[in-house]
Design a protein around this ligand. Structure first.
Ligand code: ADP
Ligand code: MG
Ligand code: MG
Length: 252
């Protein structure tokens, strides 16, 4: 049983005009086996929260804490945070030309565990995980995200999650740009890891559609860099019907 605690998190991003304050005191606690949906309009700071948790160097934590099992990870690098059990599936995954999916995954696993996984077992694990995500075996030899369709990029993020076995995953709009078949495959992947390993999930989404496939225990409405309201799954239905208009944006 693990916990991810985000306490009074304030985050600024580096811009050409200097630092810009985006998150203004976010509090969230996620336990193993829980699924928390974070919903909010464009520009409300959802991706900033994801990057700040994962340790993107451009996103400065100016106040507050991020604790994994009580240990503050704020001073840790992105690699160290991955070792602490955090995983981010990015909204816009980056291309890594010249590096195959297969090599990328093995390097990531090696960095995480400190030793290269035995090759034969690893090849089998990758194949099994790719089969479950209905990915063509040829995919393993393609360059990471290079020329991938939107759906392939998102499957690749979930493939990493399956193989790296984090304690907590932040999934940033993993549903965006997916057709209904891809959405089902990706959602099944998340649910499988959640059930098999007790993964705690922070599911960032703009739309309620994915919540038909991945059932959240808690729903948080994110407005102007803060959590404006928290509730159970019923809150998603209210948002679907009423939108975000009733939440006046909070000025920075
Ligand atoms: P969301 O994911 O909810 O759409 P973001 O976290 O991407 O929101 O963005 C929140 C706000 O921070 C927006 O106004 C956005 O323009 C700004 N922002 C985020 N990242 C950067 C950046 N690297 N440089 C400048 N502004 C940024
Ligand atoms: Mg659960
Ligand atoms: Mg975003």
């Amino acid at each position: 049983m693990s916990t991810l605690e985000i306490k009074n998190l304030h985050v600024s991003v580096e811009t050409t005009d200097g630092p810009k304050s985006i998150l203004h005191g976010v509090d969230l606690t996620i336990a193993s086996g829980e699924i928390h949906a974070i919903m909010g309009p464009n520009g409300s700071g959802k991706s900033t929260l994801a990057y700040a948790v994962a340790g993107h160097p451009k996103y400065q934590i100016t106040e507050g804490e991020i604790l994994v099992d009580g240990e503050n990870v704020v001073e840790m690098s992105a690699d160290e945070r991955a070792q602490a059990g955090l995983f981010l599936a990015m909204q816009y995954p980056v291309e890594v030309p010249g590096v195959s999916v297969s090599n990328f995954l093995r390097t990531a696993k090696t960095a995480l565990t400190g030793e290269a996984p035995p090759l034969r077992q690893w090849v089998g694990d990758v194949k099994t995980a790719m089969d479950k995500l209905r990915m063509d075996p040829d995919f393993a030899q393609r360059d990471v995200n290079h020329g991938f369709s939107g759906g392939e990029k998102k499957r690749h993020e979930i493939l990493q999650m399956e193989l790296l076995q984090p304690k907590f995953a932040v999934l940033d709009e993993t549903d965006s740009g997916l057709d209904v078949d891809a959405l089902r495959v990706v959602s099944d992947g998340v649910n499988r890891v959640h059930q098999d390993t007790g993964l705690g999930v922070v599911l960032i989404t703009h739309y309620t559609r994915i919540l038909n496939y991945i059932k959240p225990d808690h729903v948080h409405v994110f407005i102007g860099g803060r959590v404006a309201e928290s509730g159970g799954p019923e809150l998603a239905a209210t948002l679907e019907a009423e939108g975000y208009d009733k939440y006046a944006p909070v000025s920075a």
